[in-house]
Design a protein around this ligand. Structure first.
Ligand SMILES: Cc1ncc(C[n+]2csc(CCOP(=O)(O)OP(=O)(O)O)c2C)c(N)n1
Ligand SMILES: CC(=O)[C@@H](O)[C@H](O)COP(=O)(O)O
Ligand SMILES: [Mg+2]
Length: 592
């Protein structure tokens, strides 16, 4: 058996000692290594398999880390991590205290820029390149690797537009596999598809028109061709662009065939790619599916309903509506800002628009939420998926800021369902009797707590909470599905009659009528939310108490003022004192 080349590489310095003929074997080993680890430890698969040759070629030709290599999104950077000194810890990828699933500056000098959200690489690399010019480091190379879905985002265009009028020594590598998580969309995608098969416009192509030197397309799995292209590009000054064609999932048949599923497939058999069944007795549906299926159910009766997703049809389950009503459901690509203002535009014309966005990605569209929606009081319905701690994606993806960043905006209604039934009922309510305000419905990643979720719809009253259990001394006010942990904690305490539990449902408006009753009745209040403490739901309750002259002690549980890394949701909840056990000990200490 041939000796392992991969095992001999502890950094790109070792890689660059290899004769070029050895790189094909290295690519095979690297691909196999990624497959074996991801098969058991889980994570993003298809994107990294698709850039194995590209990763090797970049580190082989360029003098990393002196030359600066920036990955966009970073879910495709597993090969980069393995070749840059993290092979032996790669099995800890995305686990608590293990390495991050994305490039992270604190992890390695080869990770030049922290990522997780898309379309930042061009701006970041351009910033580095301009800085190098200012420092007189004119020989330094700056390379941004960006995907075909990510380059269609507004931010990437902003970077291209700027770069084209600079003398920055910037190479943009477009990794074009014609797919994001779901198939790429839009006019640029159509243009790139034509370019893949050799179409050359009679005048400058889009990229050349922006003042870049354009090269390609080249086959991203042909190591020899890539080495040649990079060697040539190294000598060319200024902004330049290499169009590389790759195949997502390359090297694992099933991953190539079903690229959507194998974006992040969960556990599978490494040799065949066959997926292993999800290990759970929990038969509840995912919140995203309750959202997606309920939207179809409602849209069947209400022709006014529109659905919008920025590039997450599968992740948000808007795909159900896209299949059922293609003319009323839109995947707009990685374009959160556009998605929000598009929804606002449709709302001005009387449509009931459900804009499904992951909580963390709505951060991109903050001004659009304020300026285009809230200021005009347009009744857009934001369905914020992945709210709260999301687990293994970590700090870049936790949806923990939304309550705080949305609560301060006038006109907003912010609702968080305890369970799937409340989610459905709120969706039913907002489309039946469209409020004169924007509405946010935030719900978590993963499965709910109800097996029977498809109950007959009920109308919910805006700004009204629900008492789940009366008590006499301590009132726990929970917002959203974290209330299930409170419920379990109270059950562990044998439903102690001193503890009351309220499902507050709305962070805005608060149920002030009920709060008056609670503050008069109880000796102590505990608020709990799966969002940041600063400015969140608990802060709203504290503001209420101050405004109304209540001096009952209030303990606010939520995410402390720090970024939370990756790990299982339960582990992270433990760290943030939001787990069932933490709530039990909090309640026990208050009752003693
Ligand atoms: C701002 C933002 N929106 C959405 C996402 C979710 N997301 C992660 S990867 C991805 C698709 C990226 O596709 P592409 O750029 O083509 O890269 P590939 O996966 O093909 O390597 C999306 C939509 C994100 N990370 N950031
Ligand atoms: C890299 C990225 O942003 C997405 O792939 C994200 O990891 C998807 O998250 P979910 O698994 O929660 O859909
Ligand atoms: Mg792609």
């Amino acid at each position: 058996m041939a000796e392992s080349i991969l095992n001999s590489i502890n950094s790109p310095v070792d890689l660059r000692q290899l004769p070029a003929e050895k790189l094909t074997q290295l690519a095979a080993e690297l691909r196999r290594f990624i497959i074996e680890i991801v098969a058991t430890k889980e994570g993003h698969l298809g994107a990294s398999l698709g850039v194995v040759e590209l990763t090797i070629a970049l580190h082989y030709v360029f003098n990393t880390p002196k030359d600066l290599l920036v990955w966009d999104v970073g879910h495709q950077a597993y090969g980069h991590k393995i070749l840059t000194g993290r092979r032996d810890v790669f099995h800890t990828n995305r686990q608590l205290h293990g390495i991050s699933g994305f490039p992270k500056r604190s992890e390695s000098e080869y990770d030049t820029f922290g990522v997780g959200h898309s379309s930042t690489a061009i701006s970041a690399a351009l910033g580095m390149a301009i800085a190098s010019n200012l420092k007189g480091e004119t020989e330094k190379q700056h390379i941004a690797v960006v995907g075909d879905a990510s380059i269609a985002s507004g931010m990437a265009f902003e970077g291209l537009n700027h770069a084209g009028v600079t003398k920055a020594n910037l190479l943009i590598v477009l990794n074009d596999n014609a797919i994001g998580i779901d198939p790429s969309v839009g006019a640029l995608k159509n243009y790139l598809t034509k370019a893949r098969v050799g179409y050359r416009p009679r005048q400058a192509n889009i990229i050349e028109a922006l003042n870049f030197k354009y090269y390609g397309p080249v086959d991203g799995h042909d190591l020899e061709g890539l080495l040649k292209a990079f060697e040539a590009l190294k000598k060319i000054k200024g902004p330049k662009f290499l169009h590389v064609i790759t195949r997502k999932g390359k090297g694992l048949k099933k991953a190539e065939e079903d690229q959507v599923k194998y974006h992040a497939p969960g556990k599978f058999i490494p040799d065949t790619g066959e997926l292993l069944p999800y290990e759970t007795k929990d038969l509840s549906l995912k919140f995203q599916d309750v959202f997606g299926l309920t939207l179809v159910e409602l849209a069947e009766k209400n022709e006014n309903i529109i659905g919008i997703t920025p590039a997450m049809p599968t992740g948000s389950s808007l795909k159900y509506m896209m299949d059922a009503f293609p003319e009323r459901a839109f995947d707009v690509g990685i374009a959160e800002q556009h998605a929000v203002t598009l929804a606002a535009g449709m709302a001005t014309r009387g449509f009931t628009v459900f804009c499904a966005i992951y909580s963390t990605f709505l951060q991109r569209a903050y001004d659009q939420v304020i300026h285009d929606v809230a200021l005009q009081n347009l009744p857009v319905i934001f369905c914020l998926d992945r709210a709260g701690l999301v687990g293994e994606d970590g700090a870049t993806h936790h949806g923990i800021f939304d309550i705080a960043y949305l609560r301060c905006i006038p006109n907003m209604i912010i609702f968080a369902p305890l369970d799937e039934v409340e989610l459905r009922n709120m969706m039913f309510t907002v489309q039946q009797d469209v409020p004169a305000h924007p509405v946010v419905i935030r719900y978590p990643r993963g499965r709910g707590s109800r097996k029977e979720w498809q109950l007959p719809f009920e109308t919910l009253e805006f700004g009204k909470a629900k008492c789940l259990k009366e008590g006499s001394e301590i009132a726990v006010l929970s917002l959203g599905s974290i209330g299930i942990n409170v419920h379990k904690a109270i059950r562990e305490l044998s439903k102690d009659s001193r503890i009351g539990h309220y499902d507050m449902r709305f962070a805005k408006p608060l149920d002030e009528e009920l709060l008056h009753v609670i503050f008069k009745k109880y000796k102590k209040i505990i608020t709990i939310e799966d969002g940041v403490i600063a400015g969140g739901f608990g802060s709203a309750v504290v503001e209420f108490a101050q405004k109304n002259g209540f001096f009952v002690p209030i303990e606010v549980l939520g995410i402390p003022d720090q970024f939370i890394d990756h790990g299982k949701v339960e582990e992270l909840q433990e760290i943030a004192n939001l787990s069932v056990e933490s709530i039990v000990s909090c309640l026990t200490s208050q009752l003693d």
